[in-house]
Design a protein around this ligand. Structure first.
Ligand SMILES: [Zn+2]
Length: 263
């Protein structure tokens, strides 16, 4: 029974992640359009057709509808299946890493916050305070009381993460004479720093920055301009770095120290 549960759990978690993903889509869409999260019921943004039961199934409805609304034939934004797939993948990988445990649910919740905030940032270059501020308030007690991180490490993580990006924000404004790094990134780093702790920050920020650099280079292939001019939101990449650290950071560091400094 135990082994059955252990092998079935990642699959169940993936399904849970897909369902949460379609809720995240509602949050993202309604933040961007200013609609309420509770009413009206899910509908096509073009023709207002209410979605049927089959059209509410995450991911599969997009495939089944071949990316178009059944009412008006307008294409459905690829954001919908992407958010659902990412959320499902995140839950599945968390289940493989942490099993059925308290950390699984803590990271699942904060991953949801990162996904919703990132896709809003990608769309309008804003990391909403309504996500980052409650997230920052909850991250500290969650990491200390539920994940067992020492108080000092969590507090130092929040201060160092937010402090570093606040400094970058000031430097950028002075050097380039315009806003680049927003204060939203600073508030997001409060969440990330408190959640993963100060020791995890360098690697998480490094991974996030590498991903941002790769994305910028890819963006430049289709556009003119220099690397400094790429209009790239940083929130998704900081989130990606943090999520990659949560999954693979400790194992990576362990491998790194054993390989670089063999006893
Ligand atoms: Zn439609």
């Amino acid at each position: 029974m135990d082994t059955l549960l252990r092998s079935a759990w990642p699959v169940c978690a993936a399904v849970l992640g897909l369902i949460l993903g379609s809720f995240y889509n509602v949050c993202i869409h309604r933040y961007l359009t200013g609609e309420s999260i509770i009413t009206p019921p899910s509908h096509c943004p073009h023709c207002r057709k209410r979605l049927g039961v089959a059209e509410l199934i995450p991911l599969f409805s997009f495939l089944y509808l071949r990316g178009r609304c059944a009412g008006c034939g307008q294409p459905i934004s690829p954001r919908y299946p992407l958010v659902e797939a990412l959320s499902g993948l995140w839950a599945c990988l968390l289940a493989l890493n942490f099993g059925l445990s308290v950390p699984f649910f803590v990271y699942l919740a904060f991953g949801g916050l990162f996904i919703v905030a990132s896709f809003i940032d990608l769309a309008i270059f804003i990391l909403p305070d309504v996500l980052t501020l409650p997230g920052a308030a909850l991250a500290l007690p969650a990491s200390v009381l539920l994940l067992g991180l020492p108080w000092a490490e969590a507090v130092a993580g929040a201060l160092a993460g937010a402090g570093l990006f606040w400094l970058l924000h000031l430097v950028y404004r002075v050097v380039r004479k315009r806003e680049g790094l927003g204060l939203g990134d600073v508030k997001l780093m409060l969440v990330i720093g408190a959640l993963i702790g100060v020791k995890a920050l360098p690697l998480a920020i490094l991974w996030g920055s590498l991903a941002a650099l790769l994305a910028s280079v890819a963006w430049l292939k289709g556009h003119r301009g220099s690397l400094a001019q790429v209009p790239i939101p940083f929130g998704p990449f900081l989130s990606l770095g943090a999520m990659a650290y949560i999954l693979y950071g400790p194992a990576f560091l362990d491998w790194y120290w054993r390989t670089i400094l063999p006893q």
